[in-house]
Write a protein that binds this ligand. Sequence first.
Ligand code: SAM
Length: 284
Amino acid sequence: MSGIDNLPPLRDVIARHDLRAKKSLGQNFLLDLNLTAKIARQAGDLSACDVLEIGPGPGGLTRGLLAEGARRVLAIEKDPRALPALAEIAAAYPGRLEVIEGDALAIDPLAHLRPPIRIVANLPYNVGTELLIRWLTPEVWPPFWESLTLMFQKEVAERITAQPGGKAYGRLAVLAQWRSDARVVMSLPPEAFVPAPKVHSAVVHITALNGPRFPADPAILSQIVASAFNQRRKMLRASLRGVAPQIEDLLRTAAIPPTARAEEIGLEAFCTLARAVEAQRKGG
Ligand code: SAM
């Protein structure tokens, strides 16, 4: 027994199902169930929520989520070796865990989830950023999720929550903070995982706002931010040349010095510039 439930300790589960970690699948497992329960608690009261978990692996975080009272968990796992271990958890929590085998990048989970929905995951590092960008850029806002509670490498967590003026500030910070609140809620050393990765990790909690902090067309804002940070060492009048004719005039309209660089520009100014570009494109 493991302390948070009546299931066997994760080390036994891993040994019994021969779940040796595979690097190609970004497998670094959390074996301390008190820690996984603590991560689950960062997502708030889950008793009235469906939780989407990506990459449950042997199920440490899944068990944390269920023990902490999640109404239902839908878990998407690419590694078929993990399915028998997850089936044991499903049997211990009847009707509360559904597992889909497959690639989270290719599966649309929505048909399997009932709102309100929160996403909680110790993400595989190789697809984590891509999934986050998808969740932050849906076609309609508010998105299908209320909050995201996600484990990342510390460096990625810093990029998500960064403020202007430093190297960490970039596209991810602007995307995450434009329509959400994002903060680091836990830091974990490499030894918290088996096998231990080379880097430190952090849990980021992101809550969706009802609407954007500052109005802007999402596609135009996204284009500006991508162009500005793809050439972040260049002055904006150069890096944004392809975004609109007379970009210098538009930068001045937005009160941005054309000689400034992307990392000096805050969210509000990027949004003002996006509106100026939109007005020019509409012929205004
Ligand atoms: N949640 C477990 C834990 O905390 O111990 C495992 C986390 S491990 C960092 C990442 C998990 O994601 C692994 O179980 C891996 O097999 C799975 N995974 C990797 N790529 C995936 C993908 N594209 N879709 C779904 N799961 C994936």
